[in-house]
Write a protein that binds this ligand. Structure first.
Ligand code: PMP
Length: 323
């Protein structure tokens, strides 16, 4: 925990997990001035505990802070908050296959007032929680629901920020997807030729037959996924032609039908990389739930997860030791 008053962060401390007291007029409760991050800490074979590219999470937290008119947090304080917490919670870091300690840094506006303006009192906290294997051991291609009624974010909005409001806006589409047997929802930009944006909590990639790896460009409405950025680097390093560009629903449909698109996968901190089986909407289905997990998808997944868990050498300096 740390607090910011007149621009300076102070009183950094570890507190036991428990409820926090807040004034009913705390501005986060009314105007949603809130941002967060998500990272995983993995226990390596020798017992040490490491996390993946935390500097990127610090940078993204600060980009979100600027957009939500919250104070920035110095990178050193962000990194210190993770290592101090994990030092205390060391014994809670699991060591099973795919298991991790999930870390959830967040910042909320705590100042009490009932007018619309940026709060001057802000609290930063980190929660740690052991997390099981996202797939319960079995990796199966996911079915995705195509949200045609609801947008996640608009241009100039907060889509690029990792703030609670974006997720609140996506819940109704998520519910619709679940009612149709899908765990994830795809959002499109209907004002831009139905350009593919991202899933509720993951970025999306397409593998083409000719060796191209394509993902939607960061257009201002999608989250700058750290897994996305890492996959782009891994793809380049293995000689794939990497393209960040606009890709429309039509191109997805036609590419799958013609065989030009051979694999689709989604990526994010929680699932790392998951193959996409089918995309479903009220009117059509693209792909198939029985689609096999593709070779490129699985090979990138093995390398990335291997680096994170210490099984593959970290030649890019992506890991930071926490304990
Ligand atoms: N998009 C959204 C909307 C997300 O919530 C997430 C998860 N943070 C991602 C993409 C993937 O980002 P990352 O790889 O940094 O976890």
């Amino acid at each position: 925990v740390a607090e910011s008053g007149e621009g300076a962060w102070e009183n950094a401390r570890i507190e036991p997990y428990g409820p926090i007291a807040m004034d009913p007029a705390a501005s986060v409760l009314h105007y949603g001035q809130e941002i967060f991050e998500g990272l995983k800490a993995y226990r390596h074979g020798d017992g040490s505990v490491w996390t993946f590219r935390p500097e990127a999470n610090a940078a993204r937290l600060n980009a979100s802070a600027r957009r939500l008119a919250l104070p920035e947090l110095p990178e050193e304080l962000f990194l210190e908050s993770l290592s101090r917490l994990v030092a205390v919670d060391r014994d809670w870091v699991p060591s099973g296959d795919g298991e991790s300690l999930y870390l959830r840094p967040f910042m909320i506006a705590t100042e009490a007032f009932l007018g619309v303006r940026p709060a001057r009192e802000v609290s930063y906290r980190v929660i740690a929680s052991p997390a099981g294997n996202y797939f319960g051991g079995e990796l199966k291609p996911v079915s995705i629901w195509l949200s045609t009624k609801y947008a996640r974010a608009g241009r100039g909005g907060t889509g690029e920020a990792k703030c609670g409001g974006n997720y609140a806006a996506s819940l109704i589409a998520q519910m619709e997807g679940e009612a149709n047997g899908c765990k994830q929802v795809l959002f499109l930009d209907e004002f831009n030729d139905n350009a593919v944006e991202e899933l509720g909590g993951m970025n999306v990639f397409f593998v083409f037959k000719d060796g191209r790896l394509v993902t939607p460009a960061l257009s201002g409405t999608i989250l700058h996924g750290i897994t996305r950025d890492s996959v782009l680097q891994l793809g380049r390093d293995r000689g794939l032609t990497v393209e960040e560009r606009k890709i429309t629903l039509d191109e997805w449909r036609d590419g799958v039908a013609s065989g030009d698109i051979t694999e689709v996968f989604a990526c994010g901190t929680a699932a790392v990389i998951t193959p996409v089986g089918e995309l479903k909407s009220e009117t059509e289905t693209i792909g198939s739930p029985e689609a096999a997990a593709g070779e490129v998808t699985m090979s990138i997944r093995r390398e990335l997860l291997g680096i994170q868990t210490g099984a593959v050498e970290d030649s890019r300096g992506w890991l930071t030791r926490l304990a």
